[in-house]
Design a protein around this ligand. Structure first.
Ligand code: DGY
Length: 324
């Protein structure tokens, strides 16, 4: 690298990552940790050589149409990049990278956390204890649904879904089925104890738990709509650690309210951080604030991966995690 490139960082990062970034780059760090908004993002694109962005930055074609454009790279802190209009980025000559692999285990852990919490009524139970309503043990108190031996249906079979399959099949003896238009090899699936299904509908018909692991694309928007939710068993639970857009949140509220499905565990929402108000009142839903990758270890690893991509880009080497 010759002159130190300027990088605008849109949100606070773990301290060690901010230090490492500042060693090689003229890092413009976030002080108030607030999303920049469209105007702030355009300032960053006009004033810096790269932007280290996150899921809270909506890099639309309008934002990316900024003039004059100085930035040459968007290093996304996160694996999902549906908040970036990648076609517009490409058209403007911007390279885009993400941070896969390093968050797989943490995100799989959150999917399993939600699965256990919603089936064993853990959120509801905790609220019960905290509000002083608990009167003591009794044989019929707050009975949930057994997880061991049940069928888990994975929608999408990428890295995170595979890590969920490993945990649930080998840990809880669950039967794991999946649908993915680009499935793993038969040998890989067999090693995970996972059986492919030709269609999503077959997964929905058979599963006691449906866990979403597909990317958010125009094709997967509202994949779980009213019809598909109705296709699930009335005793089944929906888990979403992918992206809010994959579920029609209004249809989900209906399905949870009228008993079409038994419950849901959600880490992501259609209009984050806004949540459809009815969800907040429902006992058969567990709601987490987008915590999938939120461990110290993982967030540091994600930051280092983003910094590595920046270093590679500005030294003229191929990106490790090129999206565009
Ligand atoms: C991811 O990595 O995609 C997380 O959801 C945060 O963006």
């Amino acid at each position: 690298m010759t002159a130190r490139p300027t990088v605008v960082v849109t949100r606070r990062l773990p301290g060690i990552v901010e230090e490492e970034l500042s060693r090689d780059f003229e890092a413009k760090l976030s002080r108030d940790d607030r999303p920049l908004g469209a105007a702030g993002l355009q300032d960053a694109l006009r004033g810096a050589d790269a932007v280290l962005c996150t899921v809270t930055d909506r890099l639309t074609s309008e934002v990316l149409a900024v003039e004059p454009l100085r930035a040459r790279m968007l290093a996304n802190f996160g694996v999902g990049f549906n908040h970036i209009d990648t076609a517009a980025a490409k058209a403007r000559g911007l390279a885009v990278s993400n941070t896969p692999d390093v968050l797989t285990e943490a995100t799989a852990d959150i999917a399993v956390t939600l699965l256990l919490m919603v089936s064993r009524r853990a959120g509801e139970g905790e609220r019960h204890v905290r509000c002083g309503a608990w009167t003591g043990w009794r044989p019929t108190h707050m009975l949930g649904t057994e997880v061991s031996g049940k069928t888990l249906g994975l929608v999408g079979m990428g890295r995170i879904a595979r890590a969920v399959a490993r945990r649930t099949h080998h840990g809880f003896g669950m039967r794991v089925i999946f649908h993915d238009p680009y499935p793993p090899s038969a040998a890989e699936a067999a090693a995970l104890g996972a059986e492919p299904r030709e269609t999503l509908e077959q997964v929905l018909d058979e599963a006691d738990f449906v866990s979403l692991h597909c990317p958010a694309t125009p094709e997967t928007r509202h994949l779980m709509n009213r019809e598909r939710l109705a296709r699930m068993r009335r005793s089944a639970f929906l888990i979403n650690t992918a992206r809010g857009d994959v579920v029609d949140e209004a249809a989900l509220v209906e399905a949870l309210g009228d008993g079409t499905i038994a419950g849901a565990g959600l880490d992501v929402y259609e209009r984050e951080p806004e949540i459809t108000p009815e969800l907040l009142t429902m006992e058969n839903v567990v709601l987490l604030p987008h915590l999938g990758s939120a461990t110290q270890e993982t967030r540091i690893a994600m930051g280092r991966r983003a910094v590595e991509n920046l270093r590679l880009f500005f030294s003229g080497a191929p990106l490790r995690d090129r999206v565009v």
